[in-house]
Design a protein around this ligand. Sequence first.
Ligand code: PRP
Ligand code: ZN
Length: 288
Amino acid sequence: MKKNLKLAVQKKGRLSDKSMQLLRNCGLDIENFQDRLIVSATNFNLDILFLRDDDIPEYVQDNVAHIGIVGENEVLEKGLDVEIVKKLGFGRCSLSLGIPEKSKINDVNDLSNKTIATSYPNILKNYLVENNVEAKVIELSGSVEIAPSLGVADFICDLVSTGNTLKLNKLKKSFKVLDSQAALIKSKIMDEDPELKKLFDKLLERIESSLKAQKSKYIMMNIPKNSLDRIIEIIPSLKSPTVLPLSDENLLAVHAVISENKFWDINEDLKKAGASGILSLPIENIIL
Ligand code: PRP
Ligand code: ZN
């Protein structure tokens, strides 16, 4: 029987939906996974394990899951021996100080002799040591945001993404300790098995092509023949643009792939150079 590559993802939380979306964008057909701990892709040798995000680095270190999708924050906190292969560009958040709405702190020195509740004691303690500040760190595994109102801690240090959790608990964000986002991690011994390595390389190639595609747009437009040189100057294309004749021989159609954030920048210039009917379309995959 062929071996399956085992991938761990967060069971329920900020990264769950986007992790599954990334896999689907890679062309993986995954059955309905509601409430199941493990599912297999029907068209790729891959098992998906749904775990608490805090546990993912350890499962991957031990090669129980060969690879995982998890926040960089969890990898740093656990300090385990796994390889960060790729940052995935979603699940962006910061590990920040949260303080009661009415409090005021200016910088890390104001934490001196205070009590701070967090699920990230290692990252926070390192940060305090680096800044020569002595404070008491209380480790809580969840619901950290209620610690100040219960009188258990003066401040908290927790992940902030939209800021809603802080707001709901009458806290505000103070300074940042760390930036984080979702990352693809891998066990350091997984690729000793050539069969698994082959599967991993194939999956990684698909992930990279899907991430690249998300950041790109396919643009099309019609232009007067005599403005072709100017239009090509304007388009910051991945490759040289495609130029096609139209039935009106004074016009040409130009197609190109550009990075998404450039689209609005060049739009005005294209129009000024005579382009019309400018379309932009999403791309599913790019294999260069
Ligand atoms: C983090 C954090 C907050 C929430 C903040 O939890 O502990 O509860 O996200 O997000 P917000 O600023 O958008 O409200 P996470 O999803 O990492 O789950 P976990 O801590 O339960 O593992
Ligand atoms: Zn967690």
